[in-house]
Design a binder for this molecule. Sequence first.
Ligand code: AMP
Length: 279
Amino acid sequence: MIKTVRSVDELRQCVRDWRSEGLSVGLVPTMGALHAGHMALANRSLETMDRTVATLFVNPKQFGEGEDLDTYPRDEAADGARLEEAGVHLLFAPVVEEMYPPHFATGVKVDGLGDILEGKYRPGFFDGVATVVSKLLNQAGADKAFFGQKDYQQLQVVTRMAQDLNIPTEIEGVPTVREDDGLALSSRNVYLNAEERLAAPVLYKTISHVAQKVKSGEDVSDLEKWGGEQVLAAGFSNVDYLSVHDGETLEPYHDHSRPGRVLVAAKLGRARLIDNVAV
Ligand code: AMP
């Protein structure tokens, strides 16, 4: 069984012991239901750091009204086994009361970056993310923390937050892990039925095509419109956004000399899928 701690005190003690031996420490925050995408973060940490801590916490503050907090897939035993097999040194799996005790009153909000795209469609989502990640970074005191490019806006929000709050943990983004047909791995893919699963890869196919065409100089708003139509034609019920942005500020893409990013969020059956690619 992987060593598992549930209190911040135990987590700090463990990290303190490693640090006193001069060992570097990597942190991999997750909400569990681990798949190969999460394991890519863990493996990146294991390759580059002396010790790796994974965290498992389904953060109620980042779920909105009517979202899937109650039904979110949870299997700590399977997650623990997977992490142990990979060689992760410690699992921090706090209960909600350890993270948010009675009278908890503080929130972290990243203006601008946190209000657009996902922030617009999931109000309060990035406040919940920024709050829990700032806590996890402060609790662990790791040298580096690893986040997936799959959640590209989240990666930018967390990077901004850590810089703004002078948190001395470096944030590293890890490339998206995909199924063979291009669908980005996600804990929420289990919500897709067989027919929807067949349609799902159109998301990646479409944004890849858009990225390629943006690069070759075609009109951005025409491509965004075309992309949305492709996704709807494949059977998605709704496209929240399919748009091209600056790769860092996430502002609308104008300056073709800068890195760009195509981001999409769309609903397919019970699932709301997000994905993104570089221009
Ligand atoms: P979650 O458990 O969904 O909150 O995700 C935890 C971390 O794993 C986040 O940093 C995600 O961006 C990352 N992640 C999720 N899916 C993937 C994927 N397919 N490839 C790479 N990283 C991922």
